[in-house]
Design a protein around this ligand. Structure first.
Ligand SMILES: [Fe+2]
Length: 138
């Protein structure tokens, strides 16, 4: 179950909005999987949503990383490493395997992404919060 919660809010509007957008795309995927009836071919739609998620993730990470540079954030390297790892994991997804059992495969991807995003926000993104706020980032 994907649910945005106030506890994930960092207090920087631009970033909170981007995080919410990531969750919204994940919800689209979740909905697609939930509504799929056995035998439905959801491959194209699933690939489309995963592509959207991947593009938006790249955009969002770049946004954060630009601010890390600008503010000379002390943990920028470690943070970027987490970003790079996720991007390469997304790129390594073998979407051809989806055809075997589309819903099961989609759920696996969704689970992985959601766990990652929430963990990353509450564990890693919160660390830059005070710096960003003190520099007036909105
Ligand atoms: Fe991040």
């Amino acid at each position: 179950m994907i649910k945005w919660d106030e506890k994930y809010e960092i207090g920087i509007q631009s970033i909170d909005n981007q995080h919410k957008e990531l969750i919204r795309i994940a919800e689209d995927l979740s909905e697609l999987l939930t509504n799929a009836i056995e035998g439905d071919d959801i491959y194209d739609e699933m690939v489309r949503i995963i592509g959207e998620l991947s593009d938006y993730t790249v955009y969002h990470f770049k946004f954060e990383e630009n601010l890390f540079e600008l503010l000379n954030y002390e943990f920028k390297e470690a943070h970027k490493k987490e970003h790079d790892k996720l991007i390469s994991e997304i790129n390594a997804l073998d979407l051809r395997a989806v055809d075997e059992d589309q819903v099961a495969y989609g759920k696996k991807i969704l689970n992985f992404l959601i766990t990652w995003v929430f963990k990353h926000i509450s564990g890693t993104d919160f660390k830059y919060r005070d710096l960003f706020l003190s520099k007036g980032i909105k």
